[in-house]
Design a protein around this ligand. Structure first.
Ligand SMILES: [Zn+2]
Length: 323
């Protein structure tokens, strides 16, 4: 599928840049394989009252840039899509500095079952250099201290101003507590998509908190003609949002078909499936790919198409069999 890229020359950190009327972005300088050029913190509101979406990582330079961008404004609410460490940590400082409530679905979910450790079969030789210092990292880190002041319900209005309202749209999948925020203005409907829909890359869905079946349901929930524009935390705004979401659904279903086909062909372990399905992908991405393959296997087991042998719930070291 066709992803949306940014040119390095178009990337500016630590300044509030207009995205669309009434929305500005302050980009944090935390580029990585999970964050693209960094975390975009969004400031919503035309006048001196603003709502902040995803305050971002705990970086002094980003905090100072937000302080400057928000000077003279009253912060009415702090919305958090989910509590990975590139999204929520500065919420505590901003809440303290402004008195505005933090609003999110809830804290990070508990681990529902043990998926086992990383797979030695997919280890990268240690003499290969890590391209951005994060290549060895398999998962985004979690801000487990995060607790919102207000736990929002699906569809609930979380903020409003002159001529606009914002509503929570619960979108589990990337994480169980992931929530998008819809901005309904007079002439347009915008969705702040967090990590649910990103223009530059597919989203990490890593069990047990990441859930592929829920992720597909959540994609369909925000698809169709519901929104004119998607604004992700990482990467540029997504203009043709409905067709982009359709492509994401197709992409995941193709991968699911590949995993099921692989199991039927006798690839019965996660490493066997990864080395076959991701043969054209750099080896340092094979461990994260294993999480994605496991996410598809969990769904296929729950759908009754595959069984998992040797453990109650699918693990990275389980053996699988087609039904
Ligand atoms: Zn995330």
């Amino acid at each position: 599928m066709q992803f949306l890229t940014l040119a390095p020359d178009d990337v500016r950190y630590a300044v509030a840049e207009p995205v669309v009327p009434g929305v500005r972005r302050v980009l944090a300088e935390n580029p990585s394989k999970f964050t693209y050029f960094g975390t975009g913190t969004y400031l919503v509101g035309e006048d001196d009252e603003v709502v902040v979406v995803d305050p971002g990582p705990s970086l002094d330079a980003h905090r100072d840039a937000l302080e400057q961008a928000l000077s003279g404004s009253t912060v009415r609410a702090i919305l958090i899509t989910h509590c990975h460490s590139d999204h929520s940590p500065l919420a505590a400082w901003l809440q303290e500095a402004t008195g505005a409530p933090t609003i999110a679905w809830g804290p990070h979910g508990d681990e529902a079952w043990d998926i086992g450790g990383d797979l030695p079969e997919l280890a990268v030789p240690s003499d290969e250099p890590a391209d951005d210092g994060s290549a060895a990292k398999v998962e985004e880190s979690i801000d487990r201290s995060f607790r919102p002041d207000v736990a929002c319900a699906d569809g609930e209005m979380v903020a409003s101003g002159a001529g606009w309202e914002m509503h929570a749209v619960h979108t589990p999948g990337h994480t169980s507590n992931h929530t998008c925020f819809a901005l309904d203005a007079d002439d347009r409907r915008i969705l702040f998509t967090g990590d649910h829909v990103m223009g530059w890359s597919t989203t990490v869905v890593s069990p047990p908190d990441g859930d592929m079946a829920a992720y597909l349901r959540s994609l369909r929930k925000v698809g169709g003609s519901a929104y004119d524009l998607g604004i992700p935390t990482h990467g540029p705004p997504i203009d043709r949002f409905a067709s982009f979401v359709d492509d994401l659904v197709d992409h995941r279903l193709q991968r699911e078909a590949g995993v099921l086909g692989g199991v039927r062909d006798g690839l019965v372990t996660v490493p066997q499936l990864v080395l076959s399905l991701y043969a054209d992908v750099r080896p340092e991405l094979h461990q994260p790919a294993a999480r994605s393959v496991l996410a598809h296997l969990v769904k296929l087991v729950d759908d009754g198409a595959v069984v998992c042998e040797g453990s109650d719930r699918p693990r990275l070291d389980s053996t699988f069999r087609a039904v």
